[in-house]
Design a protein around this ligand. Structure first.
Ligand code: F6P
Length: 545
């Protein structure tokens, strides 16, 4: 069990509190005073450059970060997680997505049983099935190969494979097209069904619980569509497979459990892309590619467990996030990939982070009196520059941001990459340096603008700067480096949740809405009225009409 400790009682936390008040030097001054700043505050490890020098910290804060990690017992917590302890206390489960990418020979025990033989058996099942489908040996009911794969799932059963498939498009087979249906809004499925045909489509119904309303509704509609458009009951097995932990639910739905890819309750939905939930990824890039993805993550698992704090990428990301959230009042954190293939990365970690650390009850069951998980958001650059960056540059909130880029691009339009990279670097520089009133005035005068106009407009053209950023540069976005990157964020989330003294692996906060939706649904369908407030009641009646 992870220990229960109030972060404010940690000495390092208290020291950081003081440090945040008296060391207010701006980033610009810090860089000016210390020409070695970059060399002190970056990590270059295994194809990843992590530059955290553009952050509000000096050597004292940096030592306090390390003191905090040490005093909190983060090293031990990581061990507890990776060795299969039931750290998800409120659901009485271990948290072992790291076992899914355990490439070592080390056994990992849950309730006295090594989970690795099961993990390896699932790899074998994924490898065999994906080989059959990719090679065309797996035929649809009219003898044609599979050309379309439709993943039906939501949350972790959607965002993970969706994000990875997008990120690894350059590695994707050309034989198949991949589609994702998540929303219970029929428009989502409707639009996909227009693009596929029953003879060549494989539906993957992905749901850990196999009870999720959205997924079950979409799966049932997809099955009806299949049966109404030429497929027979006996053909369902060639066109529907399931990924779930719920064999009974799968059988009840009508999918042969022979065609079921299992995983375990110790895999959280938002951490499940490493399991059979990654099936679309395996079909897309092949099992070897998938293993590379797992290899990258495994390397990061070792890195977080073993690297010293001053060069431990996820641990540094975690304490920097805590620094801004708890000591500098930053309500949100932006993830800004300068790589179009990573266009779903921020959305993916919106769930990963916010469903994990959006909690106000601590590990002792008490309400916390400090902020926990920030709002996570972001879009790829350079698009965001022409949309919301205004607020990052000149808004009233501090928004620490992660800039993610790849040294080498994966396409042939070579001229574009230096432009993209120039924008990424320029943004981090602009956010850090800003532009002073004097600089603005000189610039305006040089442009021949009148003194009157300079006086009037100059304040709006000033950038305070001093906006912190991390820069994460991968050698390239390939399966291995993507695995490292995703695992780094996962560990960051865990370390933050651990220090915040919350349980990061449950998600009770999503339950109430689900229950109420059932009640409202019945009422919309003419069922007995329940006691509601006037707004809820009026909305029900309005839509009933
Ligand atoms: O409602 C939230 C949630 O439980 C997520 O945690 C999960 O990723 C998603 O729903 C989908 O759940 P399932 O895979 O069981 O359908």
């Amino acid at each position: 069990m992870l220990k229960n400790q109030k972060p404010q009682e940690l000495k390092a936390w208290q020291k950081l509190q003081k440090n945040s008040i008296y060391d207010k030097r701006t980033l610009k001054i810090r860089f000016y005073e210390d020409s070695e700043r970059f060399s002190k505050y970056h990590v270059n490890w295994d194809g990843i450059l992590f530059d955290f020098s553009k952050n509000h910290m000096g050597s004292e804060t940096f030592s306090l970060f390390q003191e905090l990690l040490e005093e909190a017992g983060v090293r031990e917590a990581i061990m507890q997680q990776q060795s299969g302890e039931k750290i998800n206390v409120t659901e009485d489960r271990a948290v072992l997505h790291t076992a899914l990418r355990n490439m070592s020979d080390k056994p990992i025990f849950v309730d006295g049983k090594d989970v690795m033989p099961g993990v390896k058996a699932s790899w074998a099942q994924l490898a065999t099935f994906s080989n059959e489908v990719r090679s065309g040996a797996w035929k649809g009911y009219t003898g044609k190969r599979i050309k379309h794969v439709v993943n039906i799932g939501i949350g972790g059963s959607d965002l993970g494979p969706r994000m990875v498939i997008n990120a690894l498009k350059p590695f994707q087979t050309e034989e198949m097209t991949f589609h994702f249906v998540a929303n219970v809004d029929g428009a989502d499925l409707h639009e996909i069904l227009k693009k596929v045909d029953p003879e060549t489509t494989l539906f993957i119904v992905a749901s850990k619980t196999f009870t999720t309303q959205e997924t079950m509704t979409n799966a049932n509609s997809a099955k009806s569509w299949f049966l109404e458009n030429g497929g027979q009951d006996a053909d369902v097995a060639r066109h529907f497979v399931a990924v779930s932990t719920n064999a009974d639910g799968v059988a009840e739905f009508g999918i042969d459990t022979e065609n079921m890819f299992g995983f375990w309750d110790w895999v959280g939905g938002r951490y499940s892309v490493w399991s059979s939930i990654g099936l679309p990824v395996v079909l897309s890039i092949g099992f070897q590619g998938f293993q590379e993805f797992l290899n990258g993550a495994h390397a990061m698992d070792n890195h977080v467990a073993e690297a010293d704090w001053n060069e431990n990428i996820p641990a540094l990301m975690a304490v920097l996030g805590i620094w801004y959230r708890n000591f500098q009042n930053a309500p949100s954190h932006a993830i800004l990939p300068y790589d179009q293939y990573l266009d779903k990365f921020a959305a993916y970690f919106q769930q990963g982070d916010m469903e994990s650390n959006g909690k106000y009850v601590d590990r002792a069951g008490n309400r916390v009196n400090y902020p926990t998980g920030p709002i996570i958001w972001g879009e790829p650059g350079t698009n965001g520059q022409h949309a919301f960056y205004q607020l990052i540059h000149q808004g009233t909130d501090l928004i620490p941001s992660d800039f993610i880029a790849a040294k080498n691009c994966q396409h042939s339009l070579r001229d574009h990459h230096p432009i993209l990279m120039a924008n990424f670097i320029a943004q981090t520089e602009a956010l850090m340096k800003g532009k002073s009133r004097t600089e603005v005035e000189i610039e305006m005068r040089q442009a021949g603008i009148s003194e009157n106009e300079v006086d009037k407009i100059a304040p709006y053209r000033v950038f305070e700067g001093n906006r912190p950023t991390n820069s994460i540069v991968l050698d390239e976005v390939n399966p291995y480096h993507l695995g490292q990157l995703v695992a780094a964020y996962e560990h960051k989330i865990f370390i933050q949740g651990f220090i915040w003294n919350i349980f990061s692996y449950d998600q009770w906060g999503v339950e109430l809405g689900k229950v109420l939706a059932k009640t409202v649904f019945n009422e919309l369908n003419g069922g007995p009225a329940h006691d509601h407030d006037s707004s809820t009641l009026a909305l029900i009646n309005y839509l009933k009409k």
